[in-house]
Design a protein around this ligand. Structure first.
Ligand code: SF4
Ligand code: SF4
Ligand code: FES
Length: 366
């Protein structure tokens, strides 16, 4: 008989869950779900080795384990710390964590431009969400900010290094998804930047995925840039028979009317793609007829995008006629019969005044 695997019990913000040994605190929290899940700007469950860079996921371990109940002396990165049996963790219930997160957001924003009004990522940007939640309205930074020119990484991707938070996700994506990686983080500390060393273009059939994994608007889709705000578009799930055997062909189309403005991979509640897609699906299939549309995509993240998509709404009952005792509401709007205003060539100064309720009574309109 197969030996039953012992699960570890971990309690996060007073909610307990049993998980497999080796699970990180962040993933244990994701199994619980909801507000207690720490934010993650660099960890990406589909990319090996990701995490441990941004510190947005810091939590407090108030009890190490059943065997050794001592608390951990410092806040820990939940994406890189594995659970122990009996561990107790505080995230949103710890004022210390909230204060630290505020500091992390302040650091992430040190060199960040105030680009949200023109940034393609606005509306689906995790840094923007974090800033609303934890950011302060002023900066204490007195030094000159880092600035960079925009760089074209080939004809489809543009890099805005000023917005980059050096999460390394795009580097892992290129490393793990494409045949050869042509970019990386160059320099260290204040001089660290994403680059291709000799300004090469990124040219690989899966390289477009760096746009999806980038948590900010540092890597933008040149076929979509400045064309629309994401919250004006309607996301729908669609698929096609993609010839690329590595591509799932399942995407989200961002449409306005019949027009497809951009194609992205489908993203889950944590903003991570469900399955990566190839560049042909992303950049070259921009017509509705290229796709089989499955239906509206429900964006579950609390975001401006998830607002105003009237799915399953019930049309309210028409009540105007009822309150007008069966008279047609059009009668109230139609001033042509009682006003001279619309007659061609009329001298407006000769008209006594606009139509009002007296006119209706005068003309005996019922
Ligand atoms: S990356 Fe995010 S926070 Fe930065 S400018 Fe763009 S939307 Fe705003
Ligand atoms: S470009 Fe985007 S994905 Fe790449 S390191 Fe910067 S923030 Fe991360
Ligand atoms: S998500 Fe844990 S350090 Fe970035």
């Amino acid at each position: 008989m197969a030996e039953e695997k012992k699960l570890f019990k971990v309690t996060i913000d007073n909610i307990s869950v049993e998980v497999e040994p080796g699970t990180t605190i962040l993933n244990a929290a994701r199994q619980i779900g909801g507000d207690i899940v720490p934010p993650a700007m660099c960890y990406y469950s589909k990319l090996q080795g990701s995490g441990g860079k941004c510190r947005t996921c810091l939590v407090k371990v108030s009890k190490g384990s059943e065997a050794d109940p001592r608390p951990m002396p410092k806040l820990v990165a939940s994406c890189r710390t594995t659970v122990m049996d009996g561990m107790e963790v505080a995230n949103i219930t710890s004022p210390e964590v909230i204060e630290a997160r505020k500091g992390v957001v302040e650091i992430l924003l040190l060199n960040h431009p105030l680009d949200c009004p023109i940034c393609d990522q606005a509306g689906e940007c995790h840094l923007q969400d974090l800033s609303y939640e934890h950011g302060v309205s002023a900066t204490r930074y007195e030094f000159k900010r880092r600035t960079f020119d925009k760089v074209d990484l080939g004809d489809k991707i543009q890099l805005h290094m000023t917005r980059c938070i050096l999460c390394y996700r795009c580097v892992f994506t290129a490393d793990q998804l494409t045949e050869k990686r042509e970019h990386g983080v160059l320099g260290r500390g204040e001089h660290a930047e994403i680059g291709t060393y000799i300004k090469e273009s990124l040219d690989n059939d899966f390289i477009g995925n760096v746009i999806d994994v980038c948590p900010v608007g540092a890597l933008t889709d040149k076929t979509f840039r400045f064309k629309n705000r994401v919250w004006f578009l309607k996301p729908v799930d669609a698929h096609r028979n993609c010839e690329n055997p590595k591509c799932c062909g399942k995407t989200t189309l961002w449409m306005r009317g019949e027009e497809v403005f951009r194609v992205t991979a489908r993203k889950d509640v944590y903003g991570e793609v469900e399955a990566f897609i190839c560049d042909t699906c992303r950049f070259d299939k921009k017509e509705a007829k290229d796709w089989v549309v499955e239906g509206p995509r429900n964006i579950s993240r609390s975001s401006v995008i998830s607002q105003n998509h009237y799915v399953k709404t019930v049309k309210p009952q028409e009540t105007i006629e009822k309150v007008l005792d069966g008279r047609k509401p059009k009668l109230l709007m139609d001033i042509h019969t009682v006003s001279e205003v619309n007659r061609p060539g009329i001298d407006l100064s000769q008209i006594e005044g606009p139509a009002h309720s007296d006119d209706f009574n005068k003309k005996g309109v019922q």
